[in-house]
Design a protein around this ligand. Structure first.
Ligand code: GLY
Length: 558
């Protein structure tokens, strides 16, 4: 072979493997990782019918609404991060809930100006205007190949025919049993007020009807007509403030993803109103120069904690709905900004969060959200995280709508400086305003280099951000999909000033060494998260999919 020809081949081969040039190579295999095998089957059915990853994303999201009603659904919202292989186009479809138009900054405070316990979580006032139905219609119409009705068909069937009770859902029902039993939700999810046994079939024909309305009428099937009237009348009867105008006005927003670099890895994440993309980019910018693989485990944990502490501090200060507040994203995600933050980090000593502005108390709470990752055989990708907020949202179901309502209003900063249900402290940027989207920690992400791609995300409230950070770092250092999904986890979020951790994350010696540096550590007391991971190795072509060993999900390559 001539030198010229072999150089040409080398240049071509290099081009094939450059990030952004993935349109030129295809994975050959599709993969789906989600919280339940029946959900994966719904996605695969749609791929088999000629759909692409975006059609499958609608099928998977809708099936999750049926099979994992504690975590996401038509009454909630989410972020869908999309990559189109044919032209490399990338976008985040923001289907986050919005505050109702009658919402006000002080709506969850009493006459003394203090938050009323439970008002932003357990009542009809806690629900933002749902975005998930609008996102289905938008993703299907703009990016799918199949009619919306085809993509919704597996979920409609699942809701009508039912599915067997499984451990994670049973746990969620036990957690929220009292609240669910107090309203229409109890008649759908409980049997004579009791949590069903494992294996008992759960049907939700009202949700099947709601999905059919969407399939037949598009967004009008949820945001207008009879369904809208039932939702508004039902929530107002319970003290809520939704209006028909709120539903009619709801629109998804397409937003450019956040891009950052860590060594030779490009990370693509969720922009505001997600805090996740900015926080992960900022933490990786702080961490880059430390050369983590060369550090001992204690120093590595220490610098990761210090990076998270600083990223979460800025979350509380600056982040909110970018349609309402000026969020300094270019500054917060710039490596020069991270250089300044890194300058304050000592390698031998924790920085007390009190040395950065603000303080708050600590209390533990449950959380629920869901994530799925999809790669189709053409290389289209979806990383999506959806939520009702806490288990079953506010636990309220409006009769004859099939819809479990979210309690995302609690993700606003109900009062500046007062922590939300995830103990996150926010300020004016995330104050309540009519029509505003509440800040989120949902962090659908992918990362790629000339070696390959990882698509990942997880539920877990504020801990989503540290889980995704750990996952991206593990992939950059060579971990495979199931290793990433099963990593022992730790977290720091600036306030409260402590490292919370799964028991398996640290040895006794590591705990003592971190405490000697001034860190406070507190075990979470359980394993947390439910990560869904897909990896694609460009050189070998191997695609892997894995679901978190903590959950009941499945990662499958087709
Ligand atoms: N509902 C949890 C979050 O969006 O962060």
């Amino acid at each position: 072979m001539t030198g010229f020809r072999s150089s040409l081949i080398r240049v071509f081969a290099l081009w094939l493997f450059l990030p952004g040039a993935t349109a030129a190579i295809t994975p050959q295999h599709a993969a789906i990782a989600s919280a339940h095998p029946l959900v994966n089957a719904a996605g695969y059915e749609v791929l088999e019918a000629g759909g692409n990853a975006f059609d499958a994303a609608v099928a998977v999201s809708a099936a999750l609404a049926v099979v994992e009603p504690n975590a996401s659904g038509l009454g909630g919202g989410g972020f869908w991060l999309l990559h189109r292989a044919e032209d490399g186009f990338e976008v985040m479809v923001d289907g986050r809930e919005r505050a109702p138009l009658a919402a006000s900054a002080n709506m969850f405070l009493d006459s003394a100006g203090e938050p009323v316990p439970g008002l932003s979580r357990a009542t009809a006032l806690a629900s933002g205007i749902p975005g998930e139905p609008a996102a289905f219609v938008h993703i299907s119409r703009e990016y799918g190949r199949l009619p919306l009705a085809r993509s919704l068909a597996p979920a409609i069937r699942l809701a009508r025919q039912g599915f067997p009770m499984y451990p994670r859902l049973q746990g969620g029902l036990k957690f929220k049993q009292q609240q669910l039993a107090s309203n229409h939700a109890g008649s759908v999810f409980l049997i004579n007020g009791q949590v069903p046994e494992l294996g008992q079939v759960i049907r939700n024909p009202e949700l099947a009807d709601a999905l059919e309305l969407l399939a037949r009428h598009g967004r009008e099937g949820f945001y207008a007509g009879e369904q809208a009237k039932k939702l508004v009348d039902g929530i107002r009867e319970l003290g809520g403030i939704w209006t028909l105008q709120d539903l009619a006005d709801y629109q998804v927003v397409e937003r450019p993803p956040i891009k950052s670099r860590y060594g030779d890895v490009t990370i693509t994440g969720a922009p505001p109103p997600s805090a996740g993309g900015v926080a992960v980019a900022n933490a990786l910018n702080i961490l880059g120069p430390y050369k983590l693989p060369e550090l001992d485990s204690v120093t590595r944990t220490h610098v990761m904690v210090e990076a998270l502490r600083r990223a979460f501090r800025d979350r509380g200060q600056y982040l909110g709905d970018p349609d309402f507040v000026a969020v300094p994203v270019p500054l917060l995600t710039h490596p020069f900004y991270a250089d300044g933050q890194r300058a304050g980090i000592r390698l031998d000593k924790a920085t007390p969060s009190a040395d950065l502005p603000g303080l708050s108390p600590w209390q533990a709470k449950g959380t629920d959200t869901t994530h799925f990752s999809i790669l189709d055989a053409d290389g289209n990708r979806v990383s999506a995280t959806m939520s009702l907020n806490f288990w079953f949202g506010n636990g309220i179901m409006i009769p004859d709508t099939g819809v479990v309502l979210n309690n995302e209003m609690d993700d606003f900063s109900v009062k500046p400086g007062v922590p939300d249900g995830f103990q996150l402290v926010g300020y004016d940027a995330n104050a309540i305003a009519p029509g505003k989207r509440m800040l989120s920690s949902m962090t659908p992400t992918w990362a790629e280099s000339d070696k390959g791609l990882v698509i990942l995300g997880t539920p877990g409230g504020s801990r989503i951000i540290s889980m995704v950070l750990q996952g991206v770092l593990a992939w950059a250092e060579g971990a495979n999909a199931s290793q990433i999904a099963s990593l022992p986890r730790f977290h720091h979020q600036y306030l409260p000033d402590l490292i919370s951790y799964e028991e398996s994350a640290f040895s006794e010696a590591e705990i003592q060494a971190l405490e000697a540096m001034g860190h406070t550590l507190k075990p979470v007391g359980r394993r947390y998260g439910n990560m869904e991971v897909i990896t694609w190795d460009y050189a070998s072509g191997e695609v892997q999919a894995a679901s978190d060993s903590r959950g009941d999900g499945e990662g499958r390559v087709y």
